[in-house]
Write a protein that binds this ligand. Sequence first.
Ligand SMILES: [Zn+2]
Length: 334
Amino acid sequence: MANSLISSEVPFDTDGKHTGFLRLPHSTHQSAYGWIPIPICVLKNGEGPTILISAGNHGDEYEGQIAVTHLIRTLTANDIRGRVILMPTVNAPAAGAGTRTSPIDGGNLNRGFPGDAAGTPTQMIAHYLESVLLPMCDYAVDLHSGGTSLVYPATTLRGPAHSPQEETGLSLLYDAFDLPYAWVFTGGGGTGSTARTAMGAANRNGVINVMAELGGGGTVDRDVLALTARGLRRILHAVGCLPDYTPDAKRGTRALHVQGSVYAYDTGLFEPTRDIGDDVQQGDILGLIHDPATPWRNAIEVTSPYTGIILAKRHLGQVRRGDAIAQIAQDADR
Ligand SMILES: [Zn+2]
């Protein structure tokens, strides 16, 4: 299997429901022959498409981890046609620590594709996904959120299609997910800023894929979790893997093109004056940076360099120069 040192306890080609771990060899002072366990569930039932649903790529993004865990507990092989591969914590060390990056090697998995079979644990995971798992797949969904520092509403991320078949497949996932917002990329995929992400890895394998931003701030939002759970079952049904599920009525998605992030240029405490979903004009004040260490100094206004709506917002109160405090997007024509 593509020279990966990671081995799977579960079979990928045997009908039934199989749960266990990927074993990532990791020799340490306290565990000379040890391995890092990465939980995986493979459900297979006859012929049909293969879909990978992953979460915990960033360890501090929780709605996806819960939604995939719930799918593992509730789906049976009889429910499935084809093959469903479920991984709630793809970067298991990061998920165990509740951190964006791995505590073992500092690796950011979603900046680490295509990975390295002989690299650090995070690089080995990226390589396994890119070179072993994704080549088995027709579809892939990688679930994120704003993490500790940002908050998003439930948002689908999709790239551009490069063929009519890819457009059909992407629209299928996009429409089925049916989240309130979508961040539609106009470029990227195999190159550019998405090349090092799970989306780039899937695209290089010809796998129809979307990602999602689902809440954030290091918490679990009940409404976002419900939208995630609903969307994943709708996706499984749409691709043909969950035939007996009856999706409810479509609610519709507001498609957006991201204009860019707004950054803090000063250190202090950020007081937002606008919220997610608000319309803003270029030059509008998005918030104030206060300096309690020099409290007689005037607060600094942070203005938007873009016109659009606020898609994402910083969650943490403390800011330093270079921190993103908001992301601004405009309506897109799909
Ligand atoms: Zn993420």
